[in-house]
Each structure stands twice: as structure tokens, then as C-alpha cells.
Design a protein around this ligand. Structure first.
Ligand SMILES: Nc1ncnc2c1ncn2[C@@H]1O[C@H](COP(=O)(O)OP(=O)(O)OP(=O)(O)O)[C@@H](O)[C@H]1O
Ligand SMILES: Cc1cn([C@H]2C[C@H](O)[C@@H](COP(=O)(O)O)O2)c(=O)[nH]c1=O
Length: 199
């Protein structure tokens, strides 16, 4: 089963992902951007305010292709539970926002189309829902994406994705205390894993 954690910067994905580890010692915990050299290229672009948004998209897509073949598909083939901190929806939400002012028509659909040919869709996605102001404050505005105006566009793209596939997403109110958010994430993961097992 492939389970992903998504949300704005600072929504608490990594905190939740780390907190899940003890309950699922046999699971494969992974993330995007990855720790490969493709992921390094992505992180380099995050630190540069003057990059080309289409070039950035394809850096993220290359990192995803490598992640799929090196980590995700082998783990799923072994029957593992795979829990990824960010995955395809991050591209659909963030790069659709960075490409909004280009000549590209309907960027979100374009990015989905690029992935459609090769990706593995998640079985379920936990969306940590927090407002852009809280997200930017928690994230500390350390890179070009961690700004309220940009995160507002990203949030609206996530909402479009949830509207299109409500059955895949579980929305968790991430504006609450860390303890309440972690309880909600742990309950959701337990329920999703059981439901997947009973299919
Ligand atoms: N529910 C919460 N309430 C208050 N602070 C929180 C909460 N969850 C996480 N934080 C804090 O917010 C910061 C960002 O958390 P975290 O790294 O888990 O978010 P993230 O979604 O993974 O962010 P990013 O996408 O930028 O990596 C951390 O300092 C973390 O301790
Ligand atoms: C996978 C992915 C990530 N991003 C952005 C989102 C964040 O601002 C950074 C790094 O992610 P992290 O969780 O803070 O480590 O990259 C993106 O724009 N598109 C993607 O596909």
C-alpha cells in the first residue's frame, strides 16, 4: 500500500511522518525531494529565486522517476507499506502554482498528464490542512515557496485535487496542537491500513 502525506510547508507532515515510525517498524518511510543527486538538484533550485519554472518542474519529475524505480516500486513489490512525506500531489499543487503565469494552458492538468504515463498513484493521501499564514509562520519563510501569497495558490490547487478525488484524501485539521494532529494522523493511518488489508 502506498500512503502519502501532503500539505503546505509547515503543515506538520514531517513531524507526523516521524511520529508514525514506531507504529510501523516494517514500513518503508520515504520522501520527496529524495536524498539522491536528483533531490540535491531540486534543493539547489529551491535556494535560487531566479530559476525557470518549467526547468524546476522537470527536476522534480526526474527526482520522482528515480524515487519510483529505486524505492517505491521495489518496496511495493515486496508487499511493504510505503509512507511518503510528499509525493505527486506536491508537484500538482506547487508546480501548477509556479507555472500559473507562463504560456502553459491549464498547468495542473499538464503536470498530471506528464506523470500519467509512468507514475504509481497513491492508494490514500493524508492532507494536513492548515491556513497559509500559519504554514508560512511555522515554516519560517526560508525558501521562495514559503510565502503566504504563494502558499494561498498552492492551497487552492490542493483543494482542486481533493475535489477531483475525494475518496483518496483524508483531511486532517493541522491547525490544532501537535498532540491532537498526531492522534488524528495515527487514527487515520490505522483505519486506512486496515481497510486496505480487508479489501
Ligand atoms: N500542530 C503543530 N502546531 C505547532 N507547530 C507545529 C505543529 N506541527 C509541526 N509544528 C512545527 O512546525 C514546524 C514545521 O513542521 P514540519 O517540518 O513537520 O512541517 P512540514 O509540513 O514537514 O514542513 P515542510 O514542508 O516545510 O518541510 C516545526 O518547527 C514543527 O515543530
Ligand atoms: C516534492 C515537491 C516539493 N516541493 C517543494 C515544497 C517545499 O517547499 C520544498 C521542499 O519540501 P520539504 O517537504 O519542505 O522538504 O519543495 C515542490 O514544489 N514540488 C514537489 O514536487
Amino acid at each position: 500500500m502506498l500512503l502519502t502525506l501532503e500539505g503546505l510547508d509547515g503543515s506538520g507532515k514531517t513531524t507526523a511522518w516521524e511520529a508514525l515510525r514506531p507504529a510501523y517498524p516494517d514500513a518503508t518511510f520515504t520522501r520527496e525531494p529524495t536524498d539522491s543527486w536528483y533531490g540535491d538538484a531540486v534543493r539547489r533550485s529551491l535556494g535560487d529565486d531566479d530559476t525557470d519554472p518549467l526547468a524546476d518542474l522537470f527536476c522534480f519529475v526526474a527526482d520522482h522517476a528515480d524515487h519510483l524505480s529505486r524505492v517505491v516500486r521495489p518496496a511495493l513489490a515486496d508487499g511493504d507499506l510505503v509512507i511518503s512525506d510528499r509525493y505527486t500531489d506536491s508537484r500538482y499543487a506547487y508546480q501548477a502554482a509556479t507555472l500559473a503565469d507562463t504560456d502553459l494552458e491549464r498547468p495542473l492538468e499538464y503536470i498530471r498528464g506528464v506523470h500519467g504515463a509512468f507514475t504509481r498513484e497513491p492508494d490514500a493521501t493524508i492532507y494536513l490542512d492548515v491556513d497559509p499564514e500559519t504554514a508560512a509562520a511555522r515554516a519560517g519563510a526560508t525558501d521562495k515557496y514559503e510565502r503566504v501569497s504563494f502558499l494561498t495558490e498552492v492551497q487552492s490547487n490542493y483543494e482542486r485535487l481533493i475535489d477531483a478525488e475525494p475518496e483518496r484524501f483524508v483531511r486532517v485539521d493541522a491547525g490544532r496542537s501537535p498532540e491532537e494532529v498526531l492522534d488524528a494522523v495515527e487514527d487515520s493511518v490505522e483505519r486506512l491500513v486496515e481497510a486496505h488489508r480487508d479489501r
